[in-house]
Design a protein. Structure first.
Length: 263
């Protein structure tokens, strides 16, 4: 069987090489670049990837475009800040070499994230199952603003692989804070608003503290040491900001309302 690894990227010159190199086992590596201004495209091409340029259309649409443009039906979707672990590469090679062992239409894969230079196994971060290996004839990316995922046909069979995708997430505290403020919280609020979800001043007030307790205490984030504390603290900030932005959207005067001319 033939497999295409699809990667979306924007200004990832510091990470794209490791992502592409970890996919060297595939029949095709396709990078969809959203008009990077750094060396992302040149680095990917130098390592044998086929690079297409597409203006940014959102996470799900960008990934669906990559899947549609791939040369093969079997797709392995990888983010630029992710790599296949050596064990996962071996697992994929075994499947690729023995297609009779492909017993499903899609596969969920555990993802191990690194934060403050250590693997994070608690606080709800692991195993963080991701459906990333799938037959594009039986599934597609769900068109959402954030937390995009593969939506398989109702009759599709889904199994699990054993080895990890390695996720080298935020670079430092400033980057983490910036990503929450400029991407994750605003998109989450917009998505909640579009789905008709409501919040309140009370929910805004308690969202942060309840999220911290859930992540740090109930989900065992404290077992990851100081990194676990920081993750829970940032999760609390994300929850607070998401609800506050949703509250603002709910209470915003319609900009499209036409004012009557003064007599």
């Amino acid at each position: 069987m033939k497999i295409s690894v699809c990667i979306i990227a924007f200004n990832e010159e510091n990470k794209i090489a490791e992502a592409v190199e970890s996919a060297s086992w595939a029949d095709e590596i396709l990078v969809v670049d959203s008009e990077s201004t750094d060396r992302t495209k040149a680095i990917a091409e130098s390592l044998g990837a086929r690079v297409l340029t597409k203006k940014w259309a959102g996470f799900a649409r960008q990934k669906q475009y990559a899947a549609d443009c791939a040369a093969n039906d079997w797709i392995f979707s990888l983010d630029a800040d992710e790599r296949l672990s050596p064990k996962l590469k071996n697992e994929m090679l075994r499947l690729k070499g023995s297609p009779e062992n492909i017993l499903a239409d899609g596969y969920r894969i555990p993802r191990l994230s690194f934060y403050m230079n250590r693997p994070i196994r608690h606080g709800g971060w692991y195993p963080d199952w991701q459906l990333r290996f799938f037959n594009r004839r039986r599934g597609k990316w769900k068109d959402v603003l954030i937390h995009e995922s593969i939506e398989m046909d109702a009759t599709a069979k889904i199994e699990k692989l054993n080895s990890d995708i390695l996720h080298h997430t935020v670079e430092n505290a400033a980057h983490h804070h910036r990503m929450i403020g400029t991407r994750y919280a605003p998109l989450a609020a917009e998505q909640m608003f579009a789905r008709g979800k409501k919040t309140s001043a009370f929910k805004v007030a308690v969202a942060g503290s309840t999220t911290f307790l859930q992540n740090y205490i109930l989900k065992g984030g404290f077992l990851d040491g100081f990194a676990g504390f920081c993750i829970a603290r940032f999760a609390a900030h994300h929850a607070f900001l998401k609800h506050l932005l949703l509250w603002e959207l709910q209470n915003k005067s319609p900009e499209s309302k036409v004012q009557s001319p003064k007599s």
